[in-house]
Design a protein. Structure first.
Lengths: 196, 188
């Protein structure tokens, strides 16, 4: 819309307001301002305080919700890595972690980090992780823009995660797989620790 | 006691779930194994047809897992489904063997191995390491991306090639790529 159209009502209200104030002051006696205009101004200020405060609060809540959603979307893109790692370290008769926890719970990442330090990945899991990296790399790369919308910190850690995925996609030995997987988990735990 | 609970020639879903519960009390199956198999069975049995629920011998576990994968729209992860399918296979195998010969029944061990501890005495054999290396080496590119090595250090990746690409379409792609070259075609 033309910005002059938006400025027009402002100009009309401004000019009319000044005119009315001049008219009021021209016919007012000493007590008129305190008796008539002062209560109106107090009401106006109170309304402004509540309305602006309320709208700011609503806006803030909506923005926080949106940012949390963005963070969850980014986190979900890495779900397959966490799922394969969860299964790799699963005891023979234990139950795998549920999908919701994998997508949103920072403690899952911390648990996997601890497992990475204590346990070895088997060949099938390494292969599954490498395949996941090959498939996820373009998506993770595209999501850098989304991470940048959260904060500079989120973007930095996401770039770190993408780099780990890239190294994992090119890995050709056990060491070359385990190193980026560990670094991906470290990056993800730091990413989780950042506030939205 | 367990034999009394289960009716003869009953290969139904309910009878198998009952078996998994009673076999623990009878000391035939480890409680943790029974619990994990029961959870897997409950997850997959939700998608049985009536006929299959009446007679579990008609189940093809892989086909059942594929059916769950399609129906649940990704709520259960594919890798978890294949874990459950493996557990269900073991549960069915044990159940059928029990039905055929209850007297000498010994439950089979879980096939999945516990993850190996770092620095443990179980060292990987040279064959295992070589196989590991070979498998990791094989997987380099997505199957839907065609790598075309142009010269040392430069690889071009072709993505989204349809499976039914015709010769005419391939020539069209070639012409587009040709137009990107520094010098016009025919100068080489």
């Amino acid at each position: 819309m033309n910005r002059w159209l938006l400025a027009l009502p402002l100009a009309v209200f401004g000019v009319v307001g000044i005119g009315l104030y001049a008219l009021f002051m021209a016919h007012a006696d000493e007590a008129s301002f305190r008796d008539n205009l002062l209560p109106e101004l107090i009401g106006f200020c109170l309304e402004g305080f509540f309305l602006v405060g309320l709208f700011t609060l609503v806006q803030q809540l909506r923005e926080n919700h949106h940012r949390r959603e963005l963070k969850l979307s980014l986190r979900s893109a890495l779900r397959d890595f966490l799922s394969h790692l969860d299964l790799a370290f699963l005891e023979p008769d234990a139950e795998p972690a549920n999908t919701h926890d994998l997508e949103s719970e920072p403690r899952v990442v911390l648990r996997l980090l601890k497992h990475m330090e204590e346990l070895e990945l088997d060949a099938n899991s390494m292969l599954a992780l490498k395949r996941t990296a090959i498939y996820t790399l373009p998506l993770a790369h595209d999501l850098i823009n989304i991470a940048a919308q959260l904060s500079a910190g989120h973007m930095r850690w996401w770039i770190d995660i993408v780099e780990s995925i890239k190294q994992l996609a090119e890995a050709e030995s056990r060491e070359a797989v385990e190193r980026p997987v560990y670094s991906l988990l470290v990056g993800l735990s730091e990413f989780d620790a950042l506030k939205v | 006691m367990l034999r009394e609970t289960l009716m003869n020639n009953d290969y139904s879903r309910d009878a198998m779930l009952e078996f998994l519960r009673e076999a623990v009390h009878a000391g035939l199956i480890n409680p943790a194994v029974a619990r994990s198999r029961r959870n897997a069975a409950l997850e997959l049995f939700a998608h049985l047809s009536e006929g299959e629920a009446e007679d579990l011998r008609r189940i093809d576990v892989d086909e059942l897992a594929a059916r769950c994968h399609k129906l649940q729209g990704g709520t259960v992860r594919p890798e978890v489904l294949s874990l459950y399918a493996g557990r269900l296979r073991e549960a069915l195998d044990d159940y059928f063997r029990y039905r055929e010969a209850p007297d000498g029944f010994v439950a089979r061990r879980t096939e999945r191995k516990a993850p190996r501890r770092r620095g443990s005495e179980q060292l990987r054999t040279a064959e295992e390491e070589a196989l590991e290396q070979l498998r990791l080496d094989e997987t380099r590119y997505r199957p839907d991306i065609v790598p075309i090595p142009l010269r040392p250090g430069t690889v071009l990746y072709l993505h989204g090639v349809p499976a039914d690409l015709s010769a005419a379409e391939a020539r069209k792609v070639a012409r587009v790529v040709e137009a990107l070259a520094d010098e016009p075609a025919g100068e080489e």
